[in-house]
Design a protein around this ligand. Structure first.
Ligand SMILES: [Zn+2]
Length: 110
């Protein structure tokens, strides 16, 4: 066990909560990684509230492309929402958020 490893019990609880699916895109992950919503390097704890299951392999790398990608700050609160509501994914929330913003822009209020 390395210093960065999430304790086994917490890891198991997060994977079960997320049904072994990436909480960003919803796809099932054979070899899951756990993402710290508040980065471990920023003092983020190893708690169920701060961890989500993500894909991190070639062909399915939501971890690097999204959770640590150029929109990481936009996605962080969406990832928190995904720990609370297992029926939504971060990508769904992101799309709904963008559609809502576009709809507000379309109103052209004076
Ligand atoms: Zn994914």
């Amino acid at each position: 066990m390395t210093l960065l490893a999430v304790p086994t019990g917490i890891r198991k609880a997060v994977l079960e909560r997320d049904n072994h699916c990436c909480r960003i895109c919803g796809r099932h992950v054979e070899t899951p990684a756990l993402h710290h919503i508040r980065f471990k390097s920023h003092g983020g704890p190893d708690t169920e509230e701060n961890l989500i299951t993500v894909g991190w392999t070639p062909g399915h790398d939501c971890h690097l492309a999204i959770a640590h990608g150029p929109r990481a700050r936009t996605f962080a609160p969406l990832l928190v929402a995904c720990t609370v509501d297992p029926s939504v994914t971060a990508l769904q929330l992101y799309r709904w958020q963008r559609e809502t913003e576009l709809a507000v822009d379309d109103l052209s209020l004076p």
